[in-house]
Design a binder for this molecule. Sequence first.
Ligand code: NOJ
Length: 568
Amino acid sequence: MTQTRYSEWWRRSTVYQVYPKSFKDTTGNGTGDIKGLTEKLDYLQELGIDIVWLQPVYVSPQYDNGYDVADYEAINPDFGTMEDFDELVQELHRRGMKLMTDIVVNHTSVEHEWFKQASSGKDNPYRDYYIWKDPGPDGGLPNNWQSKFGGPAWQFDEASGQYFLTLYDKTQADLNWENEKVRRAVNDMMLFWAKKGVDGFRMDVINVISKDQRFPDDDGSVPPGDGRKFYTDGPRVHEFIKAMYDEVFGPYEMVTVGEMSSTTLEHCIRYSSPEEREFSMTFNFHHLKVDYPNGQKWELMPYDFEAMKRLFTQWQTGMQQGGGWNALFFNNHDQPRAISRFTDDKAYRVESAKLLATTLHGMQGTPYVYQGEEIGMPNPIWKGIEEFRDIESLNMYRILQEQGKNPGTAQSILQERSRDNSRTPMQWDDSPNAGFTTGTPWIKVDERYPDINVQKELADPGSILHHYRRLIALRKEHDVFVEGSFIRLDEAHPEVFAYARQAEGAALVVVSNFSGKEITFRFGDKQWAELGERSGQQLLIGNTAEAPVLAQELPLSPYASYMWLIRK
Ligand code: NOJ
């Protein structure tokens, strides 16, 4: 392991993810805005955040909350103006912080000018910006690919008698990356933002941009059989990303993260190894699919703890061996809140939130904190279907009933799985609407906000928020967070996740009890011996009143979690 391998600044950084629609509203229109984020930069700076990832604020009809872009170079008036954006960049830079924006280029909204042109006739020069196909031999769909949001992946265009591809919502038309003009236009757009001072990009579902040009039917031999094997990590994807690097990311020294849908370790190593000149790091979702029976998101099952630990271990060791870099996360705007999903968000809400944070932040990679996570926001309690806003959830509510589920069952599945679980407004204080807006919020505020809010967390030195602050600071203090190898230590224990990170001169040991039980955890003799000399140990952070010494036998209270540093 050489110094240069890990010398980039963002390996020590922590990213904060902002869902602007639900962060802070300064106008009273019920929707968060850019000024609201600028107002809260001191809060983020005090938390220790280095990079803010701002989700899409471009002009968009908002069917998919901004991931349906109608104009890549203009700000949606609901979020403010270009001046507000410039001010945000300035204010971040003044504080030594960086801005990462969201780039959504697998698809555009059908309201984008390119699509309007493309759908105006087969001879229009923009026609080839999208993926058009004639009906299949039976006069129906061109193939059997399914949309990620439910239903077929093709939409019929009456005027031309052709179908266009939509892997997400029917209003999100997939761009044709085979067309050199599309690639040129995307790079120009990214250069526009780079020149404005944006420091990095989060690239939306970027590993699905290159489709198998034969567009074959999926024979279902590899689950889920919805066509994804023909476009996931597709034939030309690395070539396309390298071209972005050469023209944009490299020259502007950007920090970039690619969101990778249903990807593999091998591809993520390639996407994120510095020598490959593609991205800085990747998001993958395997560790979050551990409660999907047979990969089915819309069926419930208790999560498979052992699978989660195995996946973390595979990705920790695999990415390190291959020279890749993980984006570390449990939460984002597409996932239900992790404390509700994997731990106890009621009796042990505070312990649970700290346990998840310690377990994640001890790993190798760049941690992401999704708004509200740092104050332990759980899934809201949904009272009725009319409270949901997300297009995927509403589609699935209908589809689940078409499949024979009754409305009550369909809603209880949404309660667990809906993306709206993480999209309710940020809870700032105990004033009406949690201090998010003076108007009517676009989506309901969780009623527990008088107890769970930033103001309360700031005032309590033992709070979840202060725990995050310490973890973020620790990563900067100790090289072992960045450099250490990953060794799993719990031998398939049913309740405990334990691992070490070993580097020259230091090791980290993390032990977390993912259960509501009082237990005693015993390190196996082999693992205990592997840890070597332990005399220079120090408890870096924990979530109980005790400060236990690292010993082979450890009594652990419910959801107890500790991190020790051993200096060698
Ligand atoms: C992934 C984004 O995170 C999600 O919110 C969005 O719906 C899809 N990509 C489609 O853009």
